[in-house]
Design a protein around this ligand. Structure first.
Ligand SMILES: *[C@@H]1O[C@H](CO)[C@@H](O)[C@H](O)[C@H]1NC(C)=O
Ligand SMILES: *[C@@H]1O[C@H](CO)[C@@H](O)[C@H](O)[C@H]1NC(C)=O
Ligand SMILES: *[C@@H]1O[C@H](CO)[C@@H](O)[C@H](O)[C@H]1NC(C)=O
Ligand SMILES: *[C@@H]1O[C@H](CO)[C@@H](O)[C@H](O)[C@H]1NC(C)=O
Length: 319
């Protein structure tokens, strides 16, 4: 009797150990390309169709989706914390002043709804956002790249965390340091900054350059910026000449001292990053290659596993 109990106990502990090993190895592997192959094989297709439809109606939302992924991943990891709405007792990340140019929340909501209709409770908002940003890059003419899935949605979203967002006043060494702390190389920094091939900046984020007469701005381009700002702080200036096309025009603009943000122009001013800017301005293929590599790295920042997060039913609130 006692021996049988011992055998049972041993067997149980062996089984528990095996479970632990399986859990450990899937934790080490974490994300995978085929994560939804069995549980929601149409997830990628649903995201792609939904993003394409939305961008057809409003191409300017491509920049919004890419920026949203960056804001999500840089704060608290790629865990859809940026998507949570504020509640009575919590002010969320999205209500920080730094959120102003974030647009496209409705695309994520609609996509989530469609996916829930097909495979409820399976696909995380964090994965949807990572896929949507990827599809936006491609839709606008940029590179296509695979991203692994399996992120869980986080439970924390606090306005105070957004102080870790990078201000447009940063110079190259500050950018390199801030990204370096998260495992990015200077090359990654320059490639990722190329996301500014899409979208606009508001006057409030570059008007300081006009006041200090920043010598890194071409003088006729400074006039253009001043003209934009004459319409107020919220007036928008395209970040390059082709604001809805994913191309390397942004890097050409930096070479001509026509970067809109100080932090963008700083990458051309610094001897550490200037050659990278020149390389991308000369060779768009090179930019696309390094960009997709850096984006895949970005989309894996501090992802949460099943015990650290959940699969939200609605992207704007916790389950
Ligand atoms: C999730 O990650 C945390 C921190 O690395 C770890 O302690 C926990 O065991 C992991 N949970 C699962 C289910 O893998
Ligand atoms: C962004 O934050 C401001 C407060 O700084 C808030 O009024 C606004 O609603 C937020 N925008 C979005 C899209 O959440
Ligand atoms: C970048 O800014 C920091 C902080 O203001 C300053 O200490 C540093 O000298 C600047 N670096 C360059 C290359 O301008
Ligand atoms: C452009 O970059 C790609 C990728 O790095 C490289 O294979 C190609 O040879 C480059 N083309 C030119 C003209 O330098």
């Amino acid at each position: 009797m006692g021996d049988n109990k011992m055998v049972m106990a041993n067997l149980l502990s062996v089984i528990m150990l095996m479970h632990a090993i399986v859990a450990l190895s899937s934790n080490v592997r974490g994300l995978s390309k085929n994560y939804y192959m069995k549980s929601c094989p149409t997830a990628e297709q649903i995201v792609k169709n939904s993003v394409n439809n939305a961008l057809q109606a409003d191409p300017t939302l491509a920049a919004g989706l890419i920026r949203m992924l960056f804001h999500d991943c840089f704060i608290e990891g790629c865990d859809a914390s940026i998507l949570l709405d504020s509640t009575n007792d919590n002010t969320a990340e999205k209500d920080s002043p730094g959120n102003l140019s974030l647009r496209g929340y409705e695309i994520i909501d609609d996509t989530k709804q469609e996916i829930e209709n097909t495979c409820p409770g399976v696909v995380s908002c964090a994965d949807i956002l990572a896929m949507a940003a990827r599809d936006a890059v491609f839709w606008a003419g940029g590179p296509f790249y695979q991203i692994p899935k399996g992120r869980f949605d986080g439970k924390r979203s606090k306005i105070e965390d957004t102080k870790n967002l990078l201000p447009p006043s940063f110079n190259a060494s500050q950018l390199i340091q801030a990204f370096g702390q998260r495992g990015f190389s200077p090359k990654d920094v320059v490639a990722l900054s190329g996301a500014h091939t899409l979208g606009v900046a508001r006057c409030s984020s570059f008007k300081a350059r006009l006041i200090t007469l920043d010598s890194s701005v071409d003088s006729s381009f400074a006039n253009t910026l001043s003209k934009t700002c004459s319409a107020g702080d919220n007036a928008e200036q395209p970040l390059d000449a082709t604001r809805n096309d994913f191309d390397n025009a942004y890097f050409n603009a930096l070479q001509m001292k026509s970067g809109v943000l100080f932090s963008d122009q700083a990458l051309f001013n610094s001897p550490v990053t200037r050659n990278l800017v020149n390389g991308y301005a000369l060779n768009q293929t090179k930019f696309f290659f390094d960009f997709q590599k850096a984006m895949r790295k970005m989309s894996k920042l501090n992802v949460k596993n099943s015990s650290q997060g959940e699969v939200r039913k609605h992207c704007r609130c916790l389950n």
